[in-house]
Design a protein around this ligand. Structure first.
Ligand code: CMP
Length: 140
């Protein structure tokens, strides 16, 4: 199995409740390595660019407002099958549909304020990582 990288965000609802460490513990327990991490406040422009694929969805404005409402922790995770593994521990977008033990089942407040983001494909991961990290900030 190839070593992959994926992009992760710990969202404002989670940083507000001081859950960064608890979420990182679940990431590491799953065998993923946090090879880059920084706590930032996204600008509106960054959030609109990041979620551009959802621009025409009715929840776009709510989503952007939420993502800039407080600090986020952006991360690069590395490991075998990292994209799928991370999405498994995150759980379904809607926390009411997420499996027991997943991050969203444990911590998410709603389908919008759902605590974490994870890339869905290798192509998306490359683009998302490049939006927030330069290569010398990622230390595997
Ligand atoms: P994420 O995995 O970051 O990808 C897109 C985000 O849009 C998603 O998590 C949620 O935060 C948000 N989202 C998806 N569907 C809805 C919805 N129906 N209403 C509000 N926000 C949503």
């Amino acid at each position: 199995m190839a070593i992959e990288r994926t992009f992760s965000i710990i969202k404002p609802d989670a940083t507000a409740r001081n859950l960064t460490g608890a979420i990182n513990a679940l990431i590491e327990k799953a065998g993923l390595r946090i090879v880059a991490q920084k706590r930032i406040r996204m600008t509106r422009e960054q959030a609109e660019t990041f979620y551009a694929v959802h621009k025409r969805r009715p929840f776009f404005e709510e989503l952007v407002d939420f993502m800039i409402s407080g600090p986020v922790v952006v991360q690069v995770l590395e490991g075998e099958n990292a994209i799928l593994k991370h999405r498994e521990i995150i759980g379904a977008t809607d926390p009411s549909k997420a499996a027991d033990g997943t991050i969203r089942k444990l911590y998410a407040k709603s389908v919008c304020e759902n605590s974490v983001h994870g890339s869905d494909t290798t192509e998306t991961a490359v683009v998302e990582i490049a939006q927030f990290f330069s290569s010398n900030e990622i230390v595997g």
